[in-house]
Ligand binder design. Structure first.
Ligand SMILES: [Cu+2]
Length: 336
């Protein structure tokens, strides 16, 4: 038998005392790849405290619009889980909400002060999935001498910038990417540095912002530099837009966007300062087995790439890839 919340029944009645009802609706949102977690696409530090009043009944309707479960926890109160048990609805202070599920909880506002309501997966909480309920007209807390500073410290978690880098030391060259990002912005750079002039060198850098509650849209500006020689005349002269193909010699700025399509396929469209268009489809990290990942890329400069990575641990992986410019390479990948 699979146990579920509908089976829970309080041994004593839990009906709320009479009083005005304040109803709120929240959507739990986020992006699993970027690890941003929010409520209604706003993190704790991007919102004000939610004022409630002593004596009223607060009803919260929660819709989990993500593919992860979120055990939502309220400090300082027991809430009723509205689960079909009428006056005997169970009292809890954490409710684990499954993907795509909608749940209703309610509690009598009987306290004073500020109370944190947050996902109890702590890295979801620290990336911003929470709100503060604040009782109207509460006197300052005497054990918090500097309330402004305390609020600033509290809001600091979800404002943090973090750095990641992945570098592949391969037989045909060195390629990798680095990112410095926070919840909305990303500065990223990627490079493919061949050991010969024929394999060539490429460096691309983007800076931009993510938009939308799922953060599928990344609007960016960037720089694209590349050089490659003597590819035996096999290179395509045009790109798919009928423009001269500049994939072997380019030093431009560009503006564009990336959009994450279903199946985590990333569509990239850009125009550069020479008026050249490029669009690209890429899917990274296709899990073939728990440790085997596949990457695929194709773009309108007629470049393509396919790679296989065997993940040894969180830092090390073994990689083999084929790139239309750099050919076959085998190497070791470091992730940080
Ligand atoms: Cu969560």
């Amino acid at each position: 038998m699979t146990l579920n919340y509908a089976m829970l029944r309080s041994p004593t009645p839990t009906a709320l005392p009479p009083g005005p009802v304040r109803e709120m609706r929240f959507e739990l949102t986020g992006n699993m790849n970027r690890y941003l977690w929010a409520i209604d696409n706003k993190t704790v530090s991007e919102t004000d405290r939610i004022l409630i009043r002593k004596g009223e009944n607060v009803r919260i309707i929660l819709y989990n619009n993500s593919m992860m479960r979120h055990p939502m926890h309220l400090h300082g109160h027991f809430f009723r889980v509205v689960n079909g048990q009428g006056d005997h609805a169970p009292l809890k202070n954490v409710l684990d909400i499954m993907p795509m599920e909608t749940d209703t909880i309610e509690f009598a506002a009987t306290e004073t002060g500020d109370w944190f309501f947050h996902c109890h997966i702590l890295y979801h909480m620290m990336s911003g999935m929470g709100r503060v309920f604040s009782y109207e007209g509460t006197a300052p807390n005497p054990v918090l001498p500097d309330a402004k500073k305390a609020a600033r410290l509290f809001a600091r978690d979800d404002k943090e910038w973090h750095f990641m880098v992945q570098n592949d030391f391969a037989t045909n060259g060195n390629d990798g990417e680095a990112m410095y990002m926070n919840k909305r912005w990303n500065l990223q750079s990627e490079w493919r540095l061949g050991y010969t002039e024929e394999h060539g060198q490429e460096v691309e850098t983007h800076f931009g912002r993510y938009f939308g509650k799922m953060q599928w849209l990344f609007v960016n500006v960037g720089l694209d530099w590349r050089t490659r020689e003597g590819h035996g005349g096999n290179d395509p002269e045009d790109n798919l837009f009928g423009q001269t193909n500049t994939k072997n010699s380019r030093s431009v700025g560009h503006i564009g966007f990336q959009y994450t399509l279903p199946m985590l396929l990333v569509f990239d469209m850009r125009i550069d300062t020479d008026g050249q268009l490029r669009s690209q489809l890429m899917r990274e990290d296709i899990p073939l087995t728990p440790r085997m990942r596949m990457d695929l890329m194709y773009n309108t400069d007629l470049e393509y790439m396919a790679g296989l990575r065997y993940v040894l641990d969180k830092t090390w992986a073994i990689k083999a890839h084929y790139d239309s410019d750099m050919g076959l390479g085998v190497g070791v990948t470091i992730s940080y």
